[in-house]
Design a protein around this ligand. Structure first.
Ligand code: C2E
Ligand code: CA
Ligand code: CA
Length: 453
């Protein structure tokens, strides 16, 4: 019987030589990546097995019935002891849902062609003359491993034989770098599925400072994954995986709620203290990053108002950060969703401004009130006059459009002073503080401004 191993939290299935992986007609609930060993794909015809193809290490099989949404069109057994990693129907479908419609059509046509050639091959094979029992037995000895024919006795020793004189075609493995990437993505994605339930995701908050007063204006919430074996994983490594797999929407739901809850608690703490309230804006805001698919989720959009009420947050204390590239991907949907959020009391910031290579015309129609100047402009500001000119122009542009500016990546006092004199409204960067867990933020604020601490 196949065995489940749960080492390193990864779901892997091992099969002994001769064991069936699946049978023709079974419902296809997953595809498999072959991590070691070999798997033979066959057609079961009476007492014969017609070999189709053999998959070795670094191959993928079983994807056809998922993409074609049909039962297994052939059977598979372990040619040698093997280790297979499952990719679930859901994981494949989530990707298919996001695929370009033309690509989807091409895939389904391709699967159709494959099925037809398989049916034809099957027909051609069955026209060949039957072999005598003697011949079958003689040829059976040539095959080192043969699987059981009975579905109900999966782990019985082999009793039937593959059809002789049919050449066994060996599938080309996937290019090794592509296979390694697929494996790492699948592992990360499988682990992410439980990360939310197991409280492995946390939000770090980075303070944002008012440039002209030095007071605390708000925070940006930045996600971290504390993986039980791999330690802290940065968002650059897991957010793209979650965006491609469709897991991001659930994660954003969680992030918005957690960020509103923590903001509510920090408001209560900071604004009730004399010392702190003098140094903390009464309109303290919380910025949360949104991905493109979040804007298609009506539930999430409607949740905004509810959260502001639940955590007793004033209007505009939740700021939704959206990058230019998200706007370019589906301008109409995103603009509608942002208008909706604004109607529900959230404010909107354009993140990484200046890096999205989009036309500036969207600035007229977008319901945004904040421009975040990307760190790529801030960092070289002092070495290159042209960058300083660009930053100054962005600040002027924002002022003319009635928007406030946040400079990201402020790392030195020199940066902070230059930006304040250019009339940038808010500053964010390592010069003030790195992103930190909420308990560290509370300590940081108290150490900085509370005389009794
Ligand atoms: P971002 O939204 O542009 O966030 C700012 C990034 O700059 C953060 O990286 C922050 O730690 C870093 N940073 C802040 N100040 C400085 C500085 O002075 N110098 C330098 N060199 N870096 C600074 P982080 O936390 O690694 O996040 C990377 C990106 O991951 C974010 O870029 C954002 O695009 C994405 N991300 C993070 N959390 C979330 C989330 O909850 N949802 C979504 N959709 N994306 C997120
Ligand atoms: Ca951001
Ligand atoms: Ca940014």
């Amino acid at each position: 019987m196949d065995q489940y191993i749960n080492t390193d939290r990864m779901m892997v299935r091992t099969f002994k030589a001769g064991e069936w992986v699946f049978h023709e007609g079974d419902s296809g609930d997953c595809a498999y990546l072959v991590e070691s060993g070999e798997v033979q794909i066959v057609l079961e015809r009476g007492s014969e097995l017609i070999p189709l193809v053999c998959y070795g290490e670094g191959s993928l099989f079983g994807e056809m019935s998922i993409i074609g949404d049909q039962p297994r069109s052939a059977s598979a057994f372990a040619q040698s002891d093997c280790k297979l990693r499952k990719i679930s129907r859901e994981q494949i479908n989530r990707r298919l849902d996001q695929a370009d419609p033309i690509l989807k059509v091409c895939m389904s046509v391709l699967i159709g062609h494959l099925k037809k050639s398989l049916a034809k091959y099957d027909q051609d094979q069955s026209k060949e003359p039957e072999l005598s029992l003697d011949e079958k037995l003689r040829l059976a000895a040539d095959h080192a491993v043969l699987p059981s024919k009975q579905v109900e006795s999966d782990d019985q020793p082999a009793t039937s034989q593959t059809k002789p004189n049919t050449p066994v075609v060996k599938a080309d493995p996937i290019a090794s770098d592509m296979f390694a990437r697929a494996l790492s993505t699948i592992n990360l994605e499988n682990d992410l599925d439980t990360a939310l339930q197991d409280d492995e995701l946390v939000l770090f908050y980075q303070p944002i400072i008012e440039a002209n007063t030095g007071r605390l204006a708000g925070f940006e919430a930045l996600m971290r994954w504390i993986h039980p074996e791999r330690g802290m994983i940065s968002p650059g490594d897991f957010i793209p995986v979650a965006e491609r797999s469709g897991q991001m929407v659930a994660m954003t739901h969680w992030a918005v709620k957690q960020a509103c809850k923590d903001l509510g608690e920090m408001r209560n703490l900071f604004l009730s203290s004399m010392d702190l309230s003098a140094n903390v804006s009464e309109n303290m805001f919380m910025s949360v990053n949104f991905s493109s698919r979040d804007f298609l989720d009506a539930d999430l959009m409607n949740k905004v108002q509810e959260l502001l009420q639940t955590y007793d947050l004033p209007k505009n204390s939740l700021k939704i950060e959206v990058t230019e590239s998200v706007l370019v991907s589906s301008p109409k949907e995103v603009t509608n969703a942002l208008n909706n959020c604004r109607d529900h009391g959230a404010s909107v910031a354009i993140d990484d401004f200046g890096t999205g290579y989009s036309s500036l015309s969207y600035l007229q129609t977008l319901p945004a009130d904040t421009l975040k100047i990307d760190q790529a402009f801030i960092r070289p500001m002092h070495e290159d006059e042209r960058h300083m000119a660009l930053v100054e122009s962005i600040i002027h542009l924002a002022q003319r459009l009635d928007m406030v500016t946040v400079a990201e990546g402020v790392e030195t006092e020199q940066d902070a002073q230059a930006l304040a004199s250019l009339q940038c409204d808010y500053l964010q960067g390592y010069y003030f503080a790195r992103p930190m867990p909420v308990t560290d933020v509370i300590r940081w604020v108290n150490e900085k401004w509370n005389s009794e601490f």
